[in-house]
Design a protein around this ligand. Structure first.
Ligand code: SAM
Length: 248
């Protein structure tokens, strides 16, 4: 079904969730979230020319299915590499390497790099969500920390010029998140795909054209007690502007 037809179906429906839920079942996606990634690609063409891609926080696997269909299958056999990671185990998807791991850990970054076979990724996506506590401020904080972890692991995995897409919840400190991301990417945009429920403040941050930054101490496990943090690292971690002259 073409996406304009899907859109018409959405308009006809009083409940978006049911339309995309039904379509996901019909088309064999493991979750309706698949449409969010497909619609982000429609808008930003993030899959274009990608051969190596990492799906962070991937279970149950609908985004990995999309990556396999849109990147794995369009490249010549053996050329594409799709690596999916989650804390939880996922049912296998042919053409996708699956790792069980925590994206905040350096050893997970090392395992992904090994599976990428010595190449860096042109795209990293993260649909991660921490367990909800019900305490609004705490939940927002945990989501922000997960995005920061996804950014940090991406600084180990992304090729210059690469793209990063992550789920976020539009919150008070959105401006700070933009300024964190803008240090690393030339273009940073926030989008809400049609399939994302309007009742939720879920959005996706789409960061294009990665530029590696000298002096950024991304994966915190690399740091030892007493290590001096660079001005850049202090800013990204906590918004500390005391070394701002050195950052820009
Ligand atoms: C909304 S689900 C992802 C859905 C997936 N994109 C799909 O389309 O099927 C969020 C996932 O984030 C994972 N997650 C949360 N924190 C994580 C972490 N620190 N490391 C790895 N995965 C994590 C959870 O285990 C959960 O499976």
């Amino acid at each position: 079904m073409a996406y304009d037809e899907i859109e018409m179906a959405v308009r006809r429906s009083r409940d978006k969730r049911d339309v995309f839920y039904r379509l996901a079942k019909e088309q064999g996606w493991r979750a309706r979230s698949a449409f969010k990634l497909l619609q982000i690609d429609e808008e930003f063409r993030i899959f274009s020319k990608v051969t190596h891609v990492v799906d962070l926080c991937a279970a149950p696997g609908s985004w990995s299915q999309v990556l396999e269909r849109k990147i794995g299958r369009v490249n010549p056999p053996g050329k594409a590499r799709i690596v999916a990671v989650d804390l939880q185990q996922m049912a296998p998807i042919p053409g996708v390497v699956q790792l069980q791991g925590d994206i905040t850990k350096k050893k997970t970054a090392d395992a992904i790099k090994k599976e990428l076979g010595g190449q860096l990724a042109q795209l990293v996506v993260c649909d991660g969500a921490p367990d909800v506590t019900g305490l609004h401020d705490m939940d927002e904080y945990m989501q922000d920390q997960l995005i920061l972890a996804a950014l940090n692991i991406s600084t180990e995995l992304l090729a210059p010029g690469g793209a990063f897409v992550a789920k976020m919840f539009k919150a008070r400190d959105i401006d700070f998140m933009y300024s964190q991301m803008k240090l690393f990417f030339r273009s940073v945009t926030c989008t809400k795909p049609r399939s994302s429920r309007s009742s939720s403040n879920e959005h996706f941050i789409v960061c294009l054209d990665y530029k590696p930054l000298e002096g950024y101490q991304g994966m915190a496990e690399d740091l030892k007690p007493g290590d001096e943090l660079s001005a850049l690292t202090k800013f990204v971690y906590s918004g500390d502007l005391s070394g701002f002259d050195q950052i820009i």
